[in-house]
Design a protein around this ligand. Structure first.
Ligand code: APR
Length: 311
């Protein structure tokens, strides 16, 4: 059987960590790409990771490059190229610089891997996935933003800490954009099948929801020199695995919603079935009035962001 080919554009913290998790899971051959100004850096990281393969026991070819030729015919392309935020910055502050970067990356991806599924990680996520879609001309089902898996992972981690149970037993759903107005749903979070609303008092649950919303900023504040990368990369690789292994996993992703949730043609976080064809289905869950209002606030923010994009 032919091995899958995964290209990762941007060999910085998130990109290199994606390569690490993808190699450890033996998902396929990996190409790490960065800009010519850092010639040697993606090649060095790729060689270093490849040299771990005899120890870890994975068979993946891993190469680094500063051009796109080696990425030709990729099955999945992960876009992490861009600038990360520093303390005091919001994700939205990155919009101008990252729009130019993601546009040029997506054009190259479309040229060299026209049949790929493109996963976008660069921030501000909901606008960057839109830029990647427009610049690539891809079917919107094949351009997907990574945010919901990460935000739900943060929510799940905090809930497990609070309850004192295994993270494996927590399932949670999160809707909306990748910003402070994301919507971690309380009614759709469960610990071992038990609604968390039965296990955690309302005011404490509200604090956990708030910490989840600000989860990225909490890490930026601690690191001071950049933003989170272990959990973002792990989340991106979970999506990559669902696609490459055609697992049909239900994951919250920034997917193109037209009629769905009455969004009207934007990428926002919604539960999706992910498989070989990308977003194979968007699942519409029932929302009460309060949840609908929170979701609408988040969608309105995404629309504002997209309006600010100058391509
Ligand atoms: N093509 C390829 N790589 C690029 C390009 C480009 N046009 N422009 C920048 N890069 C590379 C940089 O050289 C750098 O190596 O992208 C990499 C970004 O890495 P980091 O600065 O370490 O940032 P990281 O933490 O990985 O975050 C990347 O993901 O989570 C988001 O907000 C985050 O937008 C940021 C992105």
């Amino acid at each position: 059987m032919r091995r899958a080919k995964i290209s990762i554009i941007g060999a910085g913290n998130v990109g290199a960590t994606c390569a690490h998790w993808a190699a450890a899971k033996e998902l396929g051959d990996i190409v790490l790409v960065d800009i010519p100004q850092v010639e040697g850096m993606p090649q060095g990281k790729a060689l270093d990771l490849f040299q771990a393969s005899p120890v870890e026991g994975f068979d993946s070819k891993i190469i680094g490059a500063t051009t796109y030729e080696p990425t030709a015919g990729s099955d999945v392309v992960i876009v992490t190229a861009g600038v990360a935020r520093k303390p005091g910055m919001s994700r939205d502050d990155l919009i101008n610089i990252n729009t130019g970067i993601v546009k040029s990356v997506a054009e190259s991806v479309a040229k060299w891997s026209p049949n790929a599924i493109m996963l976008v990680v660069s921030n501000p996520l909901d606008a960057m996935v839109y830029v990647a879609w427009r610049a690539s001309g891809f079917d919107p089902k094949k351009v997907i933003g990574q945010a919901g898996v990460l935000d739900a992972a943060r929510y799940r981690a905090f809930l497990a800490m609070e309850i004192g149970c295994s993270v494996e037993d927590i399932h949670a759903l999160l809707l909306g954009g990748h910003g402070d107005d994301m919507v971690p749903l309380k009614r759709y979070a469960f610990a071992g099948g038990i609604p968390i609303t039965q296990l955690i008092k309302p005011d404490r649950l509200e604090q956990i929801v708030d910490r989840t919303r600000k989860g990225g900023a909490e890490i930026v504040g601690l690191l001071k020199t950049g933003s989170a990368y272990y959990a973002p990369a792990s989340s991106t690789v979970a999506m990559t695995e669902a696609i490459i292994r055609d697992k049909k996993r239900i994951l919250a992703c920034a997917a193109y919603c037209e009629k769905e949730y009455r969004v009207g043609g934007y990428f926002v976080g919604v539960p999706c079935v992910l498989g070989t064809d990308g977003v194979e289905k968007i699942i519409e869950v029932e929302l009460d009035e309060e949840e609908k209002a929170m979701f609408q606030t988040s969608v309105d923010h995404v629309k504002e962001l997209v309006k600010a994009v100058k391509m």
